[in-house]
Design a protein around this ligand. Structure first.
Ligand code: CMX
Length: 429
């Protein structure tokens, strides 16, 4: 694998990170927060207990990748953002060429993966196909082979990086192949070695793109979804699996299985299903009052408003802002986008009045699907695969960095209800 420039950057970075961790470890007794009963009952929400340097999510601002606000990266190429996630700086022109070539080099998916996927029942969810496709390729993991050959722990990050590049190189081919197979779009379109990662993906999906707008959307989509800190379900699950020295195929598949949940990545599918149901019910675009009544109806029925709210964010998600701007510019006449736009105006007010959600503002999933739909990707069961392909960038970078830092196995301690009651009684007496 010809990655001399990236490898040399990573060698320096690895030394730095290990030195930094050693210095931090000298303060291991310093408390940075309290664990409360609320944390134990509330899915650890707000409990600071993970280290993640690829990106951070600021409640009042949103995502920063290596401290760069995400809105400053919307025109970047996703493979350059992978380089940024991994190393902390944008690649030079030479480094860009190197990473682009590496992402193109391994883009052919082995035949046995297609055979495995073709054997599945035709109504299998595309996320299941993606997860199975990745696991089927696990036999090729260079990391596992290196581990079995007795490679010292200090050097394993190199093999995690090789696996990451091969996997990223292939995942767009795999995802596009799943799209065409699952939704009867015709033969698979082979990867084109001269195209950048995003353009290649757009081309392999095979949707019409006469003026390159869809390709631009895909590149932006891949960047916007690339990472979101370390505590979200998919990143946390993948890193937990990776911390047991499972290779990237096991780890990413685990993370994606979490992404497939409706409270996480599947929300973009749910948003489109919801928007389409609004369109069908009103035979077009509802009035503001009609939409407000419908949202209340949903809340009274104990259902969430998909695409709104967030576990960390307390403002409109900047990723939503980027998609919304793109929609305003390119699809403002599309009724599906118009309903998304109307929801943006009405839903926050309803959620505020309802008073439960801590964040009434739209998240990334509120607009992304309507844009894919506009360009002909009407099969919304596929949308979480789009999300997963993008998130593979950030999670892979996190997995490589955790191996470079020699991060230990993740093993929090659980407590029984009985013990919790005992502690509460003690505190009260
Ligand atoms: N509609 C209705 N109720 C909502 C809501 C929404 N969009 N968002 C939050 N609430 C409710 C919660 O269900 C919770 O109710 P209970 O107290 O009855 O359990 C209450 O408000 C408080 O929740 P919260 O602290 O504001 O939010 P959480 O951290 O518990 O959950 C999230 C965050 C994203 C799961 C939630 O906002 C939600 O379900 N949103 C809709 C689904 C969605 O868009 N998910 C995509 C998130 C982005 C991603 O991770 O990919």
């Amino acid at each position: 694998m010809k990655l001399e420039r990236l490898l040399s950057r990573m060698e320096t970075l690895t030394e730095q990170v290990r030195q930094e961790r050693k210095e931090l470890a000298q303060h291991r007794e310093l408390a940075i927060g309290n664990v409360t009963v609320g944390h134990v009952l509330g899915g650890m929400r707000g409990l600071v207990s993970l280290l993640c340097d690829t990106s951070s999510v600021l409640p009042n601002e949103g995502l920063r990748i290596r401290n760069i606000p995400i809105l400053e990266l919307v025109d970047s190429y996703p493979e350059d953002v992978f380089f940024l996630l991994l190393t902390g700086s944008m690649p030079s022109e030479e480094e860009k060429a190197e990473i682009r070539a590496a992402f193109a080099k391994y883009s052919n998916v082995p035949y046995y993966v297609w055979n495995t996927l073709e054997a599945l029942p035709p109504d299998t969810h595309p996320m299941v196909m993606l997860s199975i496709g990745l696991l089927a390729m696990e036999r090729e993991s260079r990391f596992r082979q290196a581990y079995e050959a007795g490679t010292p722990r200090q050097d394993l990050w190199r093999f995690m990086l090789e696996d990451a590049i091969i996997l990223l190189s292939r995942i767009t081919t795999l995802a596009a192949g799943i799209y065409r197979m699952r939704f009867a779009k015709g033969d698979r379109i082979p990867p084109h070695p001269d195209l950048d990662w995003g353009a290649n993906y757009a081309a392999m999906l095979g949707l019409p793109d006469p003026n390159g707008e869809f390709t631009r959307l895909i590149r932006m989509y891949l960047v916007l979804h690339s990472d979101h800190g370390g505590g979200n379900v998919s990143a946390f699950s993948a890193n937990t699996v990776g911390s047991a020295l499972s290779d990237i195929y096991y780890a990413l598949s685990a993370g994606f299985n979490g992404l497939a949940g409706p409270l996480h990545g599947l929300a973009n599918q749910e948003v489109l299903r919801f928007v389409m149901s609004i369109y069908d019910r009103f035979n077009g675009i509802p009035s503001e009052a009609q939409l407000r009544d419908l949202l209340w109806e949903r809340l009274h029925a104990g259902q969430v408003i998909p695409g709104f709210g967030h576990a960390v964010l307390r403002v409109t998600d900047p990723r939503f802002i980027a998609f919304h701007r793109f929609g305003k510019e390119h699809c403002s006449d599309d009724p599906i986008f118009q309903i998304v736009d109307l929801l943006y105006q009405v839903a926050p007010k309803v959620l505020q009045e309802h008073g439960k959600a801590k964040n009434p503002w739209p998240n990334v999933d509120a607009a992304s699907g309507s844009l894919l739909y506009h360009y002909g990707m009407t099969e919304y069961q596929f949308y979480t695969v789009m999300f997963a392909v993008s998130r593979a960038l950030g999670i892979s970078a996190q997995l490589v960095l955790n191996r470079a830092a020699l991060a230990p196995i993740i093993r929090p301690k659980a407590i029984t209800t009985e013990k919790l009651k005992e502690l509460i009684a003690q505190a009260q007496s």
